[in-house]
Design a protein around this ligand. Sequence first.
Ligand code: TXA
Ligand code: MG
Length: 323
Amino acid sequence: MKTVRGTDINQAASLLRAGSLVAIPTETVYGLAANALNDDAVLNIYKAKNRPSFNPLILHVENWAEAKKYITAYPADAAILANHFWPGPLTLLLPKNKNVPDIVTSGSHFVALRAPNHPLTISLLKALDFPLAAPSANPSGFVSPTTASHVMEGLNGKIPYVLDGGSCSVGLESTIIGWDNEKHPVVYRLGGISTQAIENVLGKPLQHTPSVLENPETPGQLKSHYATHTPLYLGNLSDLMQQHQGKKIAVIQFSNTEKIAGVSFQFTLSPVASTDEAAKNFFKTMREADACGAEVILCELMPASGLGPAINDRLSRAQAMYK
Ligand code: TXA
Ligand code: MG
C-alpha cells in the first residue's frame, strides 16, 4: 500500500468513512485513527500496530457533549475536568454504554475518552459523524511519534494516509484519570497535563495507582514500553558513565549544555530548564539518540515538578527493556 502524506481533511474524512486507517495529528502525539463504530476498521488498527488485542483504545471525540453519548453515569469531577481541560491532553476513564463496540475497550466496561486539541483533527472530527478510536501511531512498544515523518518511519506502506499537522505541541501522551469505587480520582497514566494542574482544578489530591509499572491497571501501562533499539539506562550520569566506560555513549540531559568529557553524543531537552519544553522535545530526542550511532544511551532524571514525572515515567519504561 502506498502511504500518502498531506493536509487534506476531506481526503482523510473519506478514507475514514470507508473504514480505512488515517494517522492524525494531536497536541500530544500522532494517533492511528479509525471509525470507532466500525469493528473491522478498529481491528485493522491492532494489525497495523502489531498491538496485543487486550490493550484498549482511546475514543477521540469533539467535546464533552459528544463524549456523553458513549458513557452511562459519570462523577461530577469528570464534567469539571472535561470543561476545564478539553480540548486538551486529558483522557477520562468512564463507564461505557452500548454505543461503544467491545473491540474498542478490549471487553472492558470502561471507555477512555478524550477531545484532542489540534486544528486539523478538530475540523476532521467536526466533519465526521462518528468518533475516532486511536492509539499512538507507532508500532506497539516503540517510541511514540510527534511528527508526520516519525509516523512514516513506523507505518509507511501499512496505512493509506498521514494527515500532516506538523510537530506536536505538547509531545507526551495524555494524562489518564479514572475514579475508584468510592469515586476518588485516580491517575492511571502520567502525561501531558501535570497532576498538580488537575489537583488545582479539583481542589483535592489524586490517588496514584499503587505500582503502575509492575501491576498495570491500564493494560497499556506495561513495564517495558517506549523502547529504543539502543540500550537505555536512567540514573545518575556520572555513575552510569563509569559503568559504561569504553563504550560510545549518548547522553540525554534536562538542561545542561556544557560539553561532558568522554561523551560522543550529547542531547539537551530544555536549555532553559522548562519541563514543558523538555516534554515537547522528548520523543524526537529519543529517536535521535537511538539513531546517532551510540552503543548506549544514558539519561538523567527530570525534575519532580511540572511534566518532569511524566517524562521520567516514559524513561523508566524505556529502560525496563534493558534491565
Ligand atoms: O495522547 C494520547 O492519549 C494519544 C493520542 C493519540 O490521543 N493516544 C495514546 O493512545 O497514547 P495509546 O493507545 O498509545 O495509549 C492509551 C492508553 C493505553 O495504556 C491503554 O491501555 C489505555 O490508554 N486505555 C485505553 N482505553 C482503556 C480502557 N477502556 N480501560 C483502561 N485503559 C485504557
Ligand atoms: Mg502508545
